[in-house]
Design a protein around this ligand. Structure first.
Ligand code: CP3
Length: 357
């Protein structure tokens, strides 16, 4: 199980060490845009059945790696496994996204929440991590992940996706103490969940703060950043080259990159609304940066994809004192089901070719 890593570019970049090429992986690299994913999903019956079956979760994790020379694998799962294990009853309605049967609405609902037992309730996730590590056999590192406390609270209070986040923002405004109790127990669960994935073999960890950017600055700092910081400080992850790096990804986090760089995390993930050169200057060499091509670029022509990838790489280098170190190439957010698998091949090649010059 502990075969040495054959490709450690991703981990080296996260440690801001020199690399031969800029490493690249893509958020949602396993998904419906791949025909082999759709076939496995059909076999499983549903997304959740697939995610809860370690063998099938392993299979879909590996599918994009068979097609493309990606520099990291990401556990196939979902951020909503944690609230599901807390008893909220996750289900998916075709075309409508995730929903909870028992959303959190009252102080009593919040008082009933507890950190789920990782050994029983979330065993299928750590089993998937162990299976994937065995099958990867040291080819590339495996990323484990969790939602951020704020982003999980959004789904838990709204009961699913939302356009305006009216319920969760109202709770934060009307009863901030209750909101902090909710975020507190969710943060405890996130830390336990990430620790369990690390213990099972995850070699890097990413927190998805997908909805931090819907908050104004005062509320972002109070209800999102405060808990990201707690995770970065409290999550045990080792030292030196044996350290398991923690990446804090957030949509709409451009204004907070400097504060995120001081959070104790090892890297920050940026969306496409910030220039990577500016991101490099904002983090000032304290952490690595992951990002940040607009995912919609994958709908453009192969020439345009190459051009944009080159621009992003050079922008990082120029803002980072002429060095490509400390950059992990990724999209600024996840891939979509109607993207062309051929265009992904173009992007991955463009990143490796351009950054090797
Ligand atoms: O990146 C990867 O390849 C790993 C897999 C992964 C999934 N979800 C698989 C998935 C990851 C990292 C996630 C995280 C996740 N899940 C987030 C945060 C990341 C982000 O995009 O900001 C969020 C907000 C969720 C909640 C969620 N789960 C949504 C909004 C959906 C989409 C529903 C839909 O119908 O499109 C899911 C389901 C989901 N999670 C799918 C996949 C591949 C699609 C399921 C399917 O129908 O096959």
């Amino acid at each position: 199980m502990t075969s040495p890593l054959k490709n450690d570019r991703f981990l080296r970049a996260l440690r801001r060490q020199p690399v031969d090429r800029t490493p690249v992986w893509l958020m949602r690299q396993a998904g419906r845009y791949l025909p082999e994913y759709r076939a496995t999903r059909k076999q499983a019956g549903s997304f959740l059945a697939m995610a809860k079956n370690p063998e099938l979760a392993c299979e879909v994790t590996l599918q994009p790696l068979r097609r493309y020379p990606l520099d990291a694998a990401i556990l196939f799962s979902d951020i909503l496994t944690v609230p599901d294990a807390m008893g909220l009853g996750l289900y998916f309605v075709e075309g409508e996204g995730p929903k909870f049967r028992h959303p959190v609405r009252s102080p009593d609902d919040i008082a009933r929440l507890a950190v789920p037992d990782m050994e029983t309730e979330l065993r299928y996730v750590t089993d998937a991590v162990r299976t994937i590590r065995r099958e990867l056999d040291g080819s590339v590192p495996l990323i484990g992940f969790s939602g951020s406390p704020w982003t999980l609270a959004c789904y838990m209070v709204e009961g699913g996706g939302s356009k305006d986040f009216a319920k969760v923002k109202s709770l934060a405004l009307n009863d901030p103490a209750a909101m902090h109790r909710l975020l507190g127990v969710v943060t405890d669960a996130v830390i336990a969940y990430l620790s369990a994935q690390r213990a099972a073999g995850a070699q890097a960890l990413q927190v998805f703060d997908t909805w931090g950017g819907v908050l104004g600055p005062r509320m972002y700092r109070e209800f999102s950043l405060r808990y990201l910081r707690r995770i970065a400080r409290e999550l045990e992850r080792g030292d030196g080259d044996a350290r398991t790096p923690l990446i804090l990804f957030g949509k709409g986090n451009a204004a907070y990159l400097g504060e995120l760089a001081d959070s104790g995390a090892d890297a920050v993930g940026a969306d496409w609304l910030v220039d990577l050169g500016d991101a490099a200057r904002a983090v000032g060499g304290k952490v690595a940066v992951q990002g940040n091509l607009d995912p919609v670029t994958l709908y453009a022509s192969p020439d345009a994809i190459r051009e944009e990838a080159g621009r992003a790489l050079d922008s990082w280098r120029d803002g980072n004192g002429g060095s490509r170190e400390g950059h992990v190439f990724n999209l600024g957010h996840g891939m979509s089901p109607d993207m062309d698998p051929e265009h992904v091949a173009v992007l991955v090649d463009a990143v490796h070719t351009h950054s090797a010059r």
